[in-house]
Design a protein around this ligand. Structure first.
Ligand SMILES: NC(=O)c1ccc[n+]([C@@H]2O[C@H](COP(=O)([O-])OP(=O)(O)OC[C@H]3O[C@@H](n4cnc5c(N)ncnc54)[C@H](OP(=O)(O)O)[C@@H]3O)[C@@H](O)[C@H]2O)c1
Length: 273
């Protein structure tokens, strides 16, 4: 079942918020971004939803029509920095403010670095690093102008705990882990908070779309629905958390990776190597 079908068939008993915020969500056409956009709209927040797929954006807009929040569909590619700047300016012109960014658009890769195609490596880095950097740089000026804001970056458990066969994707997420930390300190005086979301395996189109070795979800690992990630993301918008690791199992993996890296190396080599 797609995220949209999941969401439509689920219970939606959320009360609209008193103070709706304007949130830019990149990668709003599928998976975690789509679930986040729908949840925000159902709560009455306004969403500038960015993605490349015009058809999916139109479907999202149709569903948004029945929700209390307003959707501004933005067709575009996050790897195009000038375009992302224009889309952020369009959002500001439309809503008069831009308070939150969910820098979610991303793509996966599986396969050994030595055998990976350079085009694939480049696409992952351009999307997962450049795309996030462009989105953040485009949203900082409107946030500053509005007196503050919140940036949520989307990392993965493989950022802090890389597995064999995930070098390309893992380094792109490790870059986001690092970026979010520097940025939080850099933007302190602007009252712009940065939260890094560490996400574990989620049932989206991510595995099917990823580059390199053909995509299947790892059956050994538990999978969560994108709605669970979306709920945590929206919750994080109201808090000043540095890092949010969504599930207890992922917290355990991250802790084990930090304190017993030699043991994790052995386990991960046996499981994936
Ligand atoms: N699923 C997981 O297991 C998992 C685990 C950890 C972290 N994450 C992270 O969660 C985020 C969302 O992934 P997902 O699972 O929701 O995957 P997904 O269902 O494949 O969604 C990815 C979204 O990113 C957008 N996107 C990709 N490249 C883009 C580009 N160049 N410009 C604009 N939009 C682009 C896609 O939209 P268009 O195709 O319309 O452009 C789509 O809306 C990613 O950053 C991913 O790394 C996922």
């Amino acid at each position: 079942m797609s995220t949209l079908q999941n969401w439509l068939s689920g219970e939606r008993v959320s009360k609209p918020v008193e103070h709706p915020r304007v949130v830019m969500v990149t990668g709003a056409t599928s998976g975690i971004g789509q679930a986040t956009a729908l949840l925000l709209l159902s709560l009455g927040h306004h969403v500038a939803g960015l993605g490349r797929n015009a058809e999916r954006l139109a479907t999202l807009a149709t569903h948004a029509d029945s929700l209390p929040g307003e959707l501004l569909p933005l067709e575009g590619d996050v790897t195009d920095g000038n375009l992302v700047q224009r889309l952020a300016a369009q959002t500001l012109a439309h809503f008069g403010r831009l308070e939150v960014l969910v820098a979610n658009a991303g793509i996966g890769h599986r396969g050994k670095l030595a055998e990976a195609r350079w085009e694939d490596i480049e696409r992952v880095l351009r999307t997962n690093i450049d795309g996030v950097v462009h989105s953040i740089r485009a949203c900082i000026p409107p946030m500053r102008a509005g007196g503050g804001g919140h940036i949520l970056t989307i990392s993965s458990v493989v950022g802090p705990v890389p597995t064999p066969g995930a070098a390309v994707y893992a380094m792109s997420k490790a870059a986001i882990d690092s970026l979010s930390q520097s940025l939080r300190m850099e933007l302190r005086n602007d009252d712009i908070w940065v939260t890094n979301m560490i996400v574990g395996q989620t049932a989206t189109e991510f595995a099917k779309r990823r580059l390199g070795r053909s995509g299947k979800v790892a059956r050994r690992l538990p999978t969560m629905p994108p709605e669970r990630v979306a709920a945590q993301l929206v919750r994080a918008m109201d808090r000043r958390r540095r890092t949010v690791i969504i599930r207890p199992i992922d917290r355990l993996i991250v802790l084990a990776g930090r304190f017993t890296p030699w043991l994790m190396d052995r386990i991960l080599y046996r499981v994936y190597g």
